[in-house]
Design a protein around this ligand. Structure first.
Ligand code: ADP
Ligand code: MG
Length: 322
């Protein structure tokens, strides 16, 4: 199968590649053409996933595509943007029809959940890797950035933390667990659900936001630095799932929540006056701390003592990731 046949059969023909709102021209020309309503800005983000760095080469292709797209669209959620389209640059060691078919299905599944369309890409032979670039739209000046947190804001997250990190040993086959525990954790890892609706609901309310990819401590450090505030996290307020607690106990679950990464939930700062309304509307908002004067991230541990945590997220070229 040649490159063009592969593109036609598995990508151009996918339901997520069909024309729709915001996409004036999709796959097949030299560029895609996007339409942006007047008064809106284009939000763009790109992510690369490399076999044996970000996922095992043997990963299920359906799950890989689903997770890859979910992780990428999560960046749009973090900005309060509405998805329009995405491109897929794929390098593959070989064109294997069953692999490609399953990959395209996984992509379709997540694309449908996020209402985002495949608008182009690139396909070449090489070690397995995927680069996804997502495009979204957001009303001018209303995107949620990392830099607006103010002293007195509440620090909040959009759901239970640590499940993705807790699932990792199960994903890598290093650990087993009963289905009642493993299934919800694996679902959180393989099928991250970008918090698009929450991000949009937070526009004009949250002062800073991001999606947690590197771990709560590391990501809160990004908000603290960009905003020029300190963030205090109260360990006792971390929302933890029953599955994670059953797998790891309180202390292990807290470690995953604080340092594990792979949550793809929103973390944001919110002036206290907005909390009651948002919670009354049913948004899953958990207050875990607050912004204070100062710098960096501090932790109030279970005994009520303030500590300055050492843990940092994974860094590819840092001392952990060389
Ligand atoms: P060009 O040589 O002009 O860069 P290509 O031959 O690489 O174009 O691709 C032909 C068309 O197929 C383009 O519209 C491109 O965006 C699209 N395409 C290529 N690979 C993929 C892919 N993996 N997924 C989706 N669209 C793709
Ligand atoms: Mg090309």
């Amino acid at each position: 199968m040649g490159e063009f046949e592969l593109i036609r059969q598995y990508f151009a023909a996918a339901s997520c590649a069909q024309a729709g709102e915001g996409v004036a021209l999709g796959i097949g020309d030299d560029c895609a053409l996007l339409e942006l309503p007047a008064g809106e800005q284009l939000a763009v983000s790109t992510d690369t996933l490399v076999a044996e760095v970000h996922f095992p080469e043997s990963a299920d292709p359906f799950l890989l595509a689903q997770r890859g797209l979910g992780v990428s669209v999560s960046d749009l959620a973090a900005m309060g943007a509405t998805p329009i389209g995405f491109t897929l640059a794929l390098t593959l060691p070989r064109a294997e029809p069953t692999w490609l078919q399953a990959f395209a299905c996984g992509l379709d599944r997540m694309a449908q959940a996020c209402a985002v369309r495949l608008i182009g890409g690139d396909t070449s032979r090489g070690p397995l890797s995927l680069t996804l670039t997502v495009f979204g739209r957001v009303p001018c000046g209303r995107a949620l950035t990392r830099s607006g947190a103010r002293v007195g804001d509440l620090l909040c997250v959009g759901g239970e933390l640590g499940d993705g990190a807790g699932a990792l040993p199960l994903v890598l086959g290093q650990r087993q667990a009963p289905a009642a525990i493993a299934e919800p954790l694996l679902a959180r890892y393989w099928s991250p659900q970008p918090q698009l609706a929450l991000g949009q609901a937070l526009r004009g309310k949250a002062t800073a936001a991001l999606d947690i990819s590197d771990g709560l401590l590391a990501d809160c450090g990004h908000i603290a630095a960009a905003s020029g505030v300190a963030l205090l996290i109260e360990q006792a307020r971390l929302p933890l799932s029953t599955a994670l607690l059953a797998l790891l106990g309180t202390s292990g679950a807290c470690d995953c929540a604080l340092s594990g990464g792979d949550d793809y939930l929103l973390a944001f700062t919110l002036p206290p006056e907005h909390l009651a309304d948002l919670q009354a509307q049913g948004w899953p908002i958990h207050v875990i701390g607050r912004a204070e004067a100062g710098a960096g991230v501090q932790l109030l541990d279970q005994r009520g003592q303030r500590i300055t945590p050492q843990a940092r997220g994974y860094q590819h070229f840092g001392s952990d990731g060389d």
